[in-house]
Design a protein around this ligand. Sequence first.
Ligand code: PLP
Ligand code: CA
Length: 301
Amino acid sequence: YGFKACRKIRGAQIRGLLEAKEFFLFDCDGVLWHGEKAVAGAAQVVNSLMRQGKNVVFVTNNSTRPRDKYVHKFYRLGFTAVALEHIFSSSYCSALYLRDVAKLRGQVFVVGCDGLRDELREAGIPCVEEADEPDATIYDCALAADVKAVLVGHDDKLTFLKLAKASCYLKDPNCLFLATDNDPWHPLSSGRILPGSGSLMAALEVASGRKATVIGKPNRYMFECISSQFPGMDPAQCLMVGDRLETDMLFGSNCGLDTMLTLTGVSQMEEAHQYENSEEYQSLVPDYVVDTIADLLSAFE
Ligand code: PLP
Ligand code: CA
């Protein structure tokens, strides 16, 4: 009683919803594409919304690319009107946090991909260069004296040495501890999974005895980045579209946005129904459900 009921919407309801909203926030993987393959109809939906003059932004926890690489990816997959200022990735927002919130003076030690370091440098944040001999250990490598933050993200070249160095830097209580996101794992099209940033963050939390500040969804900071760049943006005018209850739907709830779950990604209908009758988990329940983002196409016919 008084709890949210998540329901599939179609036809005229979809049209009404799209007309009522001015801002559309799209999660990327699982909604718009799977890896390098676009979800059928996704580009058409996004292009149509943009053509109608709606504000469209992309909110991704994927920290492995700088924004200019995302622009190319969008273009390659048929999203031809997407520009830098539409993209809010956890790497970009981490850079903004270090620059504008932490006002960092000093270097960042990054456990992450080159793309994350590129994004930080773009924002004028210096990163420690990795120049270790292949067989170096924590005994014979130097630590930089001016490291004022450790930032952990997805790292496909993780080594024990990187974890060891990060743990040493985190012994200094004045060294910030940030994570791009807390995603536990990601599905691959083969049915296999990739461990996410959250699993690396957990390793460093255990080693340091500290808790990381998480920049990405479901926390509010990425929404603050978006709303600061779209003055006058009202949460009531926004729809957050995502595929994962514990990141995207919770992010929408945390920011006061209506939420839509698409069933082309991680979370399925059964899971959403399980949370419906639980007071504790109301913020994971989507306001609307569609099978795929392509269901929104009907609104433009
Ligand atoms: N981080 C990495 C490394 C990923 O591979 C993915 C999805 O593939 C994500 C994060 C999640 O991205 P999104 O928030 O767009 O679903
Ligand atoms: Ca996703």
